[in-house]
Design a protein around this ligand. Structure first.
Ligand code: ZN
Length: 180
């Protein structure tokens, strides 16, 4: 097992997905036409929402639009990005977990900081420091390629190759990767 680097602040475990694996997620695979994964992902999501009692697992609000996050662990020695489970969150907590993207939008970033302060009872500006630290890790991890290990999810059996072959598609994703 390689060194596990994790930026944890309050109840937030922040893991920025390396640019080289952006879009290689189960949720993204489900959105690909003809992937055959849509109904499987719906099952996974429904299972996880049930497990979380349909509440955000971080701030505990029962929002109508909950997000099922894939939780990843990064084995830096082996360059393996491994699925280790899921976290159900509200949209606001999701923006904090995806703070790289949120920080690109001024309004979104201010909102994220307010929510962060409310949930963690820390100063809003702590999130700026978290962003700096997370971006340093992200830059390091984005320098090389990773293989994605989804063996944690039995329902995804047989989809590992498809997932590893996914390419990021949207403009926004390409921008975030710096490859547009
Ligand atoms: Zn929340």
């Amino acid at each position: 097992m390689g060194k596990l680097i994790l930026v944890t602040v309050g109840s937030y475990n922040i893991e920025l997905i390396p640019a080289t694996t952006w879009g290689k997620s189960l949720a993204h695979l489900a959105r690909q036409k003809g992937s055959g994964f849509r109904s499987i992902w719906d099952k996974i999501r429904e299972r996880e929402l049930g497990r979380a009692d349909r509440k955000c697992e971080i701030c505990k609000t029962s929002a109508s639009s909950l997000i099922c996050h894939e939780k990843w662990q990064f084995d830096d020695a082996q360059s393996v990005q491994r699925l280790i489970g899921y976290e159900v969150t509200c949209r606001e907590c999701s923006n904090i977990l995806h703070l790289g993207r949120a920080s690109e939008d001024k309004v979104l970033w201010e909102k994220a900081k307010v929510h962060f302060a409310k949930v963690t009872r820390m100063e809003e500006n702590v999130l700026d420091d978290v962003l700096d630290q997370a971006m340093k890790e992200w830059t390091q991890r984005s320098k090389h390629n990773w293989s994605i290990d989804i063996s944690h999810e039995p329902l995804a059996f047989g989809f590992e190759k498809k997932l590893n072959n996914l390419q990021p598609s949207s403009q926004q994703e390409r921008k975030w990767q710096g490859i547009s």
